[in-house]
Design a protein around this ligand. Structure first.
Ligand code: CMP
Length: 138
């Protein structure tokens, strides 16, 4: 079933000029890019995006990091896109990520882990709506 998911190229990867490589990989794996934007989140905007994690011990540090520099947000479309993108990203902790995954290749730590992907259809809907209006998905 064709599905959409939200991807973020995080500040650590943008800063190290890895965005082009990651986007090339996304297209090479067969995803359609339905929307894409580069933006610099405020701390409040990062807190809103990661609201589901607000009770976690890493929330303050995570939202500080996510607002530390520009990110690139994308809506990706493919059959089974949520799982497909999460598989391509690899485990959250790069030490546990499989060879060839984005995080194995590009992440510096469990926090500075290069990319984000929605983890389920309801979070994908929230996350896509957080950054894009329906008319921007083309
Ligand atoms: P992400 O997939 O964007 O979802 C939540 C983020 O919190 C995660 O990637 C990491 O960047 C960050 N994070 C920091 N510490 C942890 C941790 N111990 N467990 C999970 N996520 C963490």
């Amino acid at each position: 079933m064709t599905e959409r998911t939200l991807a973020i190229i995080k500040p650590d990867a943008v800063e190290r000029h890895l965005a082009g490589t990651i986007i090339q990989r996304i297209e090479g794996e067969g995803f359609q890019i339905r929307a894409m934007r580069r933006l610099h989140l405020s701390k409040t905007q990062a807190e809103g995006f990661y609201a589901v994690h607000r009770e976690r011990p890493f929330f303050a540090s995570l939202t500080e990091f996510m607002s530390s520099g520009p990110v690139i947000v994308l809506v990706l479309e493919a059959p089974d896109a949520i799982k497909k993108w999460r598989t391509l990203m690899g485990a959250t902790d790069p030490a546990k990520a499989d060879a060839g995954t984005m995080r194995k290749e590009f992440a510096q730590s469990i926090e500075r882990n290069a990319t984000h992907g929605s983890d389920a259809p309801d979070t994908a809907a929230y996350e896509m709506g957080y950054f894009f209006a329906g008319v921007e998905l083309v």
